[in-house]
Write a protein that binds this ligand. Sequence first.
Ligand SMILES: Cc1ncc(COP(=O)(O)O)c(C=O)c1O
Length: 380
Amino acid sequence: MHIPLSQPDITQKEIDAVIDVMQSGTLSIGPRVVEFENKVAAVTHRRHAVAVSSGTVGLHAAMIAAGIGPGDEVITTPFSFVASANCILYVGAKPVFVDIDMQTLNMDPAKIEAAITPRTKAIVAVEAFGHPGGMIETEQIAQRNELILIEDSCEGFGGFAGARPIGSFGRASVFGFYPNKQITTGEGGMIVTDDDRFADTCRALRNQGREGMAWLAHQRLGYNWRLSEINAAIGSVQVDRLEEILENRRRVAHFYIDRLIDNRYLILPTISDDDHMSWFVFVVRLNDLFGPTDRDDIIKALRAEGIGTNNYFPPIHLQPYIQQPFGYQPGDFPITESVSGRTLALPFHGKLSEADVEQVVRTLNEVISNTVSVRKERKY
Ligand SMILES: Cc1ncc(COP(=O)(O)O)c(C=O)c1O
């Protein structure tokens, strides 16, 4: 792609940190992981941080540490990357979806309590695209109903809901550091919690079930979910640069907002004064004159012009491996389905220039006008 959908923000500092690790002789289980964990715990105001090899395994570990298993139901959003529902399936529990709020694109807190049954054990709540909206209410609902809240904060590092950092809600929160995320470690993730036992369990799970230093003593069934020193060193520098990284992304988001605000065919992200978005992606929505076929045609046309674009996210309840066994149908979560058929993720990262944004916007406006003209011709 001439203008890619995303790109990591890597400087000489990250490169130097990797070289230092390579020269240190300690490539795994060393001081960089601990340093990275301490920095993430500080950003999220948590007592513990446990580095792991991806956001997905972090969520899997959190489900095991929360004691979720077969027969349990876990409430979650159908509008997310699949990992937020997959972690529920990994432990043999049932995902129960709750439709989203049209503005925040997160689970609608007003609909959560109707989905609670005697089998409900937990809620996995996601900050879609880094938007913290509804998380405070969702935490109150979890508390009131004695449910374990796991925050899937994979898309929200550095954001705030009021004075509360994303990653500070519920029993534990999980981040992912894939290269399209606000900060990256190449591949990697982090579980943060205030609960000592929860943290110890996650540490044992990531390290083959070991609870002490003895290499061949395994107290429980564990996994190799460790993060290497190389990845941790990159993450540590990225956290040091967090303000700069987030500010660059904020600036690019505002380049887009300023240029797209008057396009009557588009709905831009809605952010209230209390929500301090951590911009993960820049997703706009076509208005309801358009449907999924128009959207897909627009994506094709943008890609043909070298502009990276994607349809974040198809509804999870309609992915075949979830739809069939649980019997979900189109129409079950109408807001998710309607929004999801009209989203366009535009190229977005902190190094995108104003000129690049202008080119994306110019091309997008042309492609949308062409789509509108073709539709008019078809109608009249
Ligand atoms: C909401 C959400 N949950 C979980 C994940 C999984 O993270 P990872 O790709 O690091 O496994 C992602 C990553 O895209 C995500 O966006």
